[in-house]
Write a protein that binds this ligand. Structure first.
Ligand SMILES: Nc1ncnc2c1ncn2[C@@H]1O[C@H](COP(=O)(O)OP(=O)(O)OP(=O)(O)O)[C@@H](O)[C@H]1O
Length: 293
């Protein structure tokens, strides 16, 4: 089942495009990491998927419906926005009561257990919580809602390392036990590496690369060897980036075929290497075959 299907999605704020030509298909049961530089359009995409924003072009279907189209649709999708919105004048307890009243699939034991484990005082006003505690409250509301798809915009940015690890653990449990799907933006690629099996890299308002993490890692290779013209590489090796010294070339290629040329030393990439390569401006609109000057 597809939980998010976007076709040619775009969003324009006044004269500036924040998202253009975004085509994506995300299958249920996956944790998708959404990464990209500041201002790339990540929050814009998540806002559209949650129904908070209308797209300017294209169309999007989330959990089989139009985002924000009614109570049934709203119940299927949980969204924790970037600024971890809570009501400052309401207590933690009030938030749980509100969650129970507004969400048909509300998981009360889970919400209570999490609040207790995190050590939040139910009587405390949300406005008096620290930034990290507010984020924990918002994340608890998002998970306890038991949505089909949970959209998280930089959920762990304000959390300390231990809280971050525990949150990611909670998230993985929810994914495994309740068939939850997650799309999560983050600048912390090492965290994404632990939990994501699907990756979307957004750069300059466009999807630069998207796919299954294992597949992406197994089809990208860093080739190092004697300096050569990259246009001489086999046509099935798509050149993502290349750099050269007087004697040596280092080329990042994407290919499904094995690298047979013995002149190359073939290196694997980590997810962070891959993300940084695609985020760097060098890899921007590089033609598949580049001719050395
Ligand atoms: N309400 C708005 N009005 C006008 N421009 C906006 C608005 N919201 C976002 N933008 C612009 O749209 C572009 C994409 O913004 P967006 O917040 O989606 O990026 P992002 O990838 O989430 O960035 P970050 O990593 O910094 O959170 C940016 O250039 C931003 O300035």
């Amino acid at each position: 089942m597809t939980v998010l299907h976007a076709q040619g999605l775009g969003k324009k704020y006044k004269r500036r495009w924040a998202l253009t030509g975004c085509t994506l298909e995300i299958e249920a049961g996956h944790v998708s990491g959404l990464v990209g530089p500041n201002g790339a359009g990540k929050s814009t995409l998540l806002n559209i998927a949650s129904g908070m924003l209308e797209p300017t072009t294209g169309r999007i279907e989330v959990c089989g419906g139009v985002p924000g189209s009614g109570p049934e649709q709203l119940a299927k999708v949980g969204y924790v926005a970037q600024n971890t919105p809570v009501y400052p004048g309401l207590t933690v307890e009030d938030h749980l009561r509100l969650g129970a009243r507004l969400n048909p699939a509300w998981d009360e034991p889970l919400a209570r257990h999490r609040i207790e484990r995190i050590g939040l005082d139910p009587k405390q006003a949300a406005g008096k919580l620290s930034g990290g505690q507010r984020a924990q409250l918002a994340l608890t509301l998002g998970i306890a809602k038991r949505p089909e798809l949970l959209l998280l915009d930089e959920p762990v940015a304000a959390l300390d390392p231990l809280a971050r690890r525990e949150f990611l653990q909670d998230l993985m449990e929810a994914v495994a036990e309740h068939e939850l799907s997650v799309v999560m933006s983050s600048h912390l690629v090492t965290d994404l590496e632990r939990v994501c099996d699907h990756l979307i890299v957004l750069v300059d308002s466009q999807v630069r690369i998207e796919g299954d993490v294992e597949e992406l890692l197994s089809t990208h290779h860093r080739l190092t060897g004697p300096r050569r013209d990259v246009s001489s590489l086999p046509s099935d090796q798509h050149v993502v980036s290349s750099s050269h010294t007087d004697r040596q070339s280092t080329v990042l290629v994407r290919t499904e075929a094995p690298i047979l040329d013995p002149a190359w030393t073939v290196g694997k990439l980590t997810l962070e290497d891959l993300v940084l390569e695609y985020m760097s401006s060098q890899a921007a609109a590089r033609p598949a075959l580049e001719v050395l000057r």
